[in-house]
Design a protein around this ligand. Structure first.
Ligand code: MN
Ligand code: MN
Length: 461
């Protein structure tokens, strides 16, 4: 079942809309490279559309009504938005979900050291990465420093064109005889991903040791009020520096850091904020920690979302555990995450009939998983049929795929976690190339079709 390329269906008006959306998306991923930055921006955008914090509703204690717009975040890392529908919550919600954490290098709690007149920061990589891809690139530091006095400070170094950048070195080819013999998984090892941040000793203290480190520490103190010990209560993420760019002579694609999964997060958010007057309560869930198993207070396994729904039901004056269970189990969800786009250079990893193709629209995966679908949510045929009908009626370009050839590997998403409530969930999203590399590639047409598809889902599912 070959699907048509979405570009073929666009007239001048739609081409303009595709480009305008691509510009908004590029701005978002260029400026929001951590889960915290995504939450802050999403709250800003939601605020412009009249969304208010859940605590405000709880405090006022007023009964919720259709059209109320509510958001809640947990620890600044995961966010949920609700647009209250005309029907009671126990008749179910329509949920758009995506994750806002991306693979990267995190600083260790004691990261700083000096070695032969260089100062480096030790890292622990986050998520599944081909480590050899993360060397010799201009990188930026995005951090949050929590001080003992309770103040919290955000630090971004390397994004402004006038900023310095940092980065991981690699061995010159001339001396790489031994390295080039190694297996791909160990060409660069985890402990080799250290970030070089300085090489200039402080003058006038020549009797002391570690003068380069001393210099870097005085810069950190002057600019950010940070002492070395403050790294202990800081979260620094090291990410590729600079903005996302158009890719291709035809500008049909975007190359940038963190498409996985901000491309689904942004499109879900935009579709959600532009859709009003819903029958069923609409939800947009943007969550942290997917890349490391959705664990912890801010991952999808946390009770955060369920607790927020409980608060809403309570605000409707009808709280009971049963109502909550009914609200969850009668919901429908598009769990959006990037899909593996077919790459002609690596065609042998894909099964062509069931691959996702850039430009052929919003992508669905009935199941994900690995080695015999293990660990996967498998969307029921009846739900797939209902979605086919909604998408076709609303002229959305879409495709259905698997994540590569059977037994080539696999992957998971947050879909199975929500499915535990008994709701209907399917994996959907946008196909990318270079998934989990510092720079990933996606099609502008797919971004546009995703927003269209998400809007149709919120209105009709
Ligand atoms: Mn993902
Ligand atoms: Mn991923």
């Amino acid at each position: 079942m070959e699907r048509k390329n979405a570009w073929l269906g666009y007239g001048a008006r739609e081409l303009k809309a595709v480009d305008q959306l691509a510009e908004r998306y590029k701005k978002f991923i260029s400026e929001c490279k951590t889960e915290r930055e995504c939450v802050v921006r999403a709250i800003e955008l939601a605020g412009q559309k009249g969304y208010k914090p859940l605590e405000q509703f709880v405090k006022a204690g007023k009964k919720l009504k259709a059209g109320d717009k509510i958001y809640a975040h947990i620890m600044g890392k995961s966010l949920v938005l609700f647009n209250i529908g005309r029907k009671p919550l126990e008749e179910g919600m329509t949920i758009l979900g995506a994750h806002i954490d991306s693979p990267r290098l995190d600083l260790k709690p004691n990261p700083l050291y000096e070695d032969n007149d260089f100062v480096l920061l030790d890292t622990h990589y986050y998520g599944g990465v081909k480590k050899y891809q993360w060397v010799t690139l201009p990188m930026a530091l995005h951090g949050t420093v929590a001080f003992k006095d309770g103040t919290v400070r955000n630090v971004v170094i390397g994004e402004d064109p006038s900023d310095p950048v940092v980065g991981v070195t690699d061995l010159l080819i001339h001396l790489a005889k031994d390295q080039m013999e190694k297996k791909g998984s160990v060409v660069i090892e985890g402990e080799d991903l250290d970030i070089m941040i300085g090489s200039r000793p402080v003058k006038g203290a020549e009797k002391e040791k570690e003068l380069v480190k001393k210099n870097v520490l005085s810069i950190l103190k002057d600019k950010y009020g940070m002492d070395e010990e403050d790294f202990i209560s800081a979260e620094f993420e090291v990410v590729p520096a600079g903005p996302a760019r158009d890719m291709g002579l035809d500008r049909s694609m975007i190359m940038g850091y963190g498409h996985d999964d901000r491309i689904c997060a942004y499109t879900s958010l935009e579709a959600f904020l532009e859709t009003d007057k819903l029958d069923k309560t609409g939800v947009c869930l943007l969550v942290d920690k997917e890349e490391i198993g959705s664990v912890g207070a801010t991952g999808m396994h946390s009770r955060f979302f369920e607790n927020c729904v409980a608060e809403l039901i309570n605000l409707c004056g009808s709280y009971s555990e049963l109502t909550l269970k009914r609200a969850m189990s009668s919901s429908r969800m598009l769990s959006s995450d990037v899909s593996a786009g077919f790459d002609p250079t690596y065609a042998s990893a894909f099964e062509k009939k069931n691959a996702a193709y850039l430009g052929r629209g919003l992508c669905f995966n009935k199941y994900t998983g690995a080695r015999g679908k293990s660990g996967s949510n498998d969307a029921p045929a009846e739900y797939v049929a209902a979605l086919r009908s909604i998408l076709d009626e609303n002229k959305v370009s879409w495709q259905i795929s698997e994540l590569g050839k059977v037994d080539q590997g696999g992957g998971g998403t947050i879909a199975y976690i929500l499915a535990n409530y008994g709701m209907e969930v399917i994996d959907s999203g946008i196909a990318v190339l270079n998934m989990h590399a510092p720079y990933e590639i996606a099609s502008k047409a797919d971004i546009y079709e995703a927003v269209k598809g998400y809007k149709a889902f919120l209105r009709n599912a």
